[in-house]
Design a protein. Structure first.
Length: 754
């Protein structure tokens, strides 16, 4: 997945780029309407690549590139612009751009090429980083290796480089090694030379001489390769002095315990059962202490190791170990308590071999294997299967498992009966029931998809089914193959979800969008009525989305989808208003349309921020107001250097019900100030301070502009903006006061909605 920052001052093209890139599934896109906003985002987030327009106000694409290189290093940067001059291309590449793409041709091909260039640049950056890490790992491994490592020129035999272990092993410094040939270290130089020139990567048992004259044995492993057009080899010398001593001792031990080693698993034992029921240990060998924690001496003093057996397993021990009938063998599993109190599981094999000496009684021979890990794994598997079954039998979705050809259904969770309206037993008897229930118009496509499943690929499709009562349901079915140890597709598993309600909601939204487009076209003559209807329709939209969320249990994925779709529909409304405004010649009406677009954009921004936030319920007010203000400054063409825009909002997050009316209030206040407070290029400051106490929000809005005339009755004005502000404040059960003593200052106190 690639995280991309797209910067462009044209909002439609910016949204189009984001939608196309995210549609591929490989990208998550964050957008910025200006280079300044892009730099703020880069300070807070990490991105795999930057895509930027060239011609932008305040800071163009080349200046943005230079600033990015200076502050954020070598993040891949692609200039994506309609500017096609050769000098711009050269300047971009000289400034460090990774690629340049012109906005021309068919959109689909253009965006596909953009996606390709983003992947290439990001993958190249990742490969460079991986190479640096790989080289660092090699150097660390080379230096930290405990064995002596030599880099040798094959043609001359000269030692080119050694690690620290080589100096410790032979006594030479790194500089002294470079004056030697590798065979000069060998007691058998000719044999060593011949072995290194022969094919193979392993030279066993060669004797070497240290700087002080000590002779010692080594094993040598060799790797040959080309380094900077020179044939070299890496020889790893392992001192096997201790190993040879250990091997000699082992040979002696193996001869002594050959009989035991051939019969033991983890430890073996022999005990004698005497008349009267007493037992004594004759001998034990193997990992006795490692398993039980007791030494052989301690166990012999106990008479028999039966005292270790867990109380609940005593009867198992007596029946299958101590009381094995003469000439019989038994196998059992039981628990023991070790010396330190831990519980271990043993698999015990015991045989009763009658003694030829009638005075000795019966002899019991046996072997014990520690199966604690396996037993715990088995128990964990049982618990895992219980949890799996509990989940599959309680979720609303239907979990299923079938063979590779879907000729047999191994399992379907209980929700199948509710979703399909048929019993699971009927499905197990007739797997074709799955396809027979499919709507006739979808059946041919679903059966054709079966061939895709047989190819061993995952599948994901949507279809309708007809219930026995005639009702139709929409099903979203996803499945993936399960391979056997041999790599063959042995079965499929998947999840089927009833999306009927979601489809109905989608159809409602589609019809709603169509009606909305028709209403906008018919009502352009009455702006106030259009605005009121837009607010009503948006309220209906929010209610619809809330009902949709409730119907699927407020699942996160659907909530994110709702925010995303609301934002997109509001963007459609903005685009429709923009399209309609092209046919309006009256400046007053046109300005009213623009203001309506800004109001809708303020509401759309709430949903966009929530959609991109990890918290889908509340909105970061500081980030939202900053973004809203930047957009309005850009819309009115006012430079932040002429009118300084400052915010003081401390850790305030709001829900949608409060954020939308509050955003509209601030949208109107900023718009009024930018339109009226600073005429003829007048400079000044616009500031917003917001504080929260309990469930009340206090907004102090102030500008240092020309101010509102004293004779202007702002509470009874015909201005839609001020009327909307007063109405929204009343919706939030709040109050609003105006101070005209220095510029314009509004103090608003509203109640936060629960």
């Amino acid at each position: 997945m690639y995280h991309i920052l797209c910067v462009d001052d044209e909002r439609p093209l910016l949204d189009g780029s984001r939608i196309f890139l995210e549609k591929s599934g490989d990208f998550t896109v964050t957008t910025a309407i200006s280079a300044t906003e892009g730099l703020r985002l880069l300070e807070r987030e990490k991105f795999d690549a930057i895509v930027s327009d060239y011609e932008m106000p305040v800071m163009n694409g080349i200046e943005f590139l230079v600033e990015c290189r200076a502050r954020f290093g070598s993040i891949p940067f692609i200039l994506f612009t309609g500017k096609g001059r050769e000098d711009v291309v050269i300047e971009a590449l000289n400034s460090g751009a990774d690629s340049y793409l012109q906005k021309e041709g068919k959109p689909k091909a253009m965006f596909a090429e953009l996606a390709h260039r983003i992947r290439s640049a990001a993958d190249r950056k990742r490969a460079e980083k991986a190479l640096i890490i790989s080289e660092e790992k090699y150097r660390n491994v080379f230096s930290a290796e405990n064995d002596a490592v030599f880099l040798v020129d094959i043609a001359t035999g000269s030692i080119l480089e050694t690690n620290n272990a080589a100096s410790r092993m032979f006594g030479y410094s790194s500089e002294e090694f470079t004056q030697l040939k590798n065979i000069e270290l060998s007691v058998e130089p000719e044999k060593t030379r011949q072995a290194m020139n022969e094919p193979g990567n392993w030279i066993p048992l060669r004797y070497q001489r240290k700087k002080n004259g000590t002779i010692f044995p080594v094993d040598i492993s060799i790797s040959r390769f080309i380094l900077n057009d020179r044939a070299v080899l890496i020889a790893v010398y392992r001192d096997i002095t201790e190993r040879m001593h250990a091997e000699e001792a082992l040979r002696e031990s193996e001869a002594r315990y050959k009989m035991i080693s051939e019969t033991t698993t983890d430890f073996v034992f022999s005990c004698t059962r005497h008349d009267g029921g007493a037992y004594s240990i004759d001998w034990m060998a193997g990992a006795v202490k490692g398993i039980t924690g007791y030494s052989l001496t301690e166990l012999r003093r106990k008479g028999c190791w039966g005292f270790l057996v867990y109380p609940d397993d005593t009867s198992v021990f007596d029946e299958n170990v101590i009381n094995v009938p003469d000439g019989a063998t038994r196998t059992c599993k039981l628990r023991i308590r070790t010396k330190i109190g831990t519980i271990r599981w043993l698999e015990v094999h015991a045989a009763n071999i009658p003694s030829r000496d009638s005075l000795r009684g019966s002899e019991i021979f046996g072997g014990c294997r520690d199966i604690t890990v396996n037993k715990l794994a088995e128990d964990a598997l049982v618990q895992s299967e219980k949890k799996f079954r509990l989940i599959t039998e309680t979720i609303d979705e239907t979990f299923w498992m079938a063979d590779a050809d879907f000729g047999k259904i191994f399992y379907a969770s209980p929700s199948f009966e509710r979703m399909w309206g048929r019993s699971r037993e009927s499905l197990y008897k007739n797997p074709r029931l799955l396809f027979e229930a499919v709507h006739p118009d979808d059946r041919e496509r679903v059966i054709a998809d079966l061939e895709i499943r047989k190819s061993g690929k995952p599948f994901d499709h949507e279809y309708r089914i007809i219930l026995p009562d005639g009702n139709i349901r929409y099903i979203w079915d996803r499945g993936f193959p399960i391979q056997s140890k041999t790599g063959r597709i042995s079965r499929y598993a998947g999840v089927a979800m009833d999306i009927t309600e979601r489809k109905a909601a989608t159809e409602t939204i589609r019809k709603y969008s169509e009606n909305l487009e028709r209403d906008v076209a018919e009502r352009t003559a009455s702006l106030s009525e259009v605005n009121q209807q837009l607010l009503n329709e948006i309220s209906i939209r929010v209610d619809t989305e809330k009902q949709l969320n409730k119907s699927v249990g407020e699942k996160e994925v659907l909530l994110r989808e709702v925010h995303h779709r609301v934002k997109n529909n509001l963007q459609i409304i903005i685009s429709l208003l923009n399209l309609q405004s092209r046919y309006i010649t009256d400046k007053t009406t046109l300005a009213a349309f623009r203001e309506s677009q800004n109001r809708i954009r303020a509401m759309s921004l709430v949903h966009e921020k929530l959609y991109r936030s990890t918290d889908l319920v509340t909105l970061d007010l500081d980030n939202y107001i900053q973004f809203l203000g930047d957009n309005l400054f850009h819309f009115f063409g006012i430079n932040n250097n002429d009118v300084l825009f400052t915010l003081d909002i401390r850790d305030i997050s709001l829900n949608v019900d409060t954020a939308i009316p509050l955003g509209l209030i601030i949208n109107e206040l900023i718009s009024n100030s930018l339109k009226h407070a600073f005429p003829d290029g007048k400079t000044g400051e616009l500031s917003i301070v917001i504080r929260r106490q309990d469930h009340f929000l206090t907004i102090l809005f102030k500008d240092t502009g020309v101010g509102i005339p004293d004779d202007f009755d702002w509470r009874e004005t015909e201005s839609l903006g001020l009327r909307l502000i007063i109405s929204l404040v009343e919706q939030l059960n709040g109050t609003i006061e105006l101070d005209r003593s220095s510029g314009t200052a509004f103090t608003i106190i509203v109640h936060e909605k629960e």
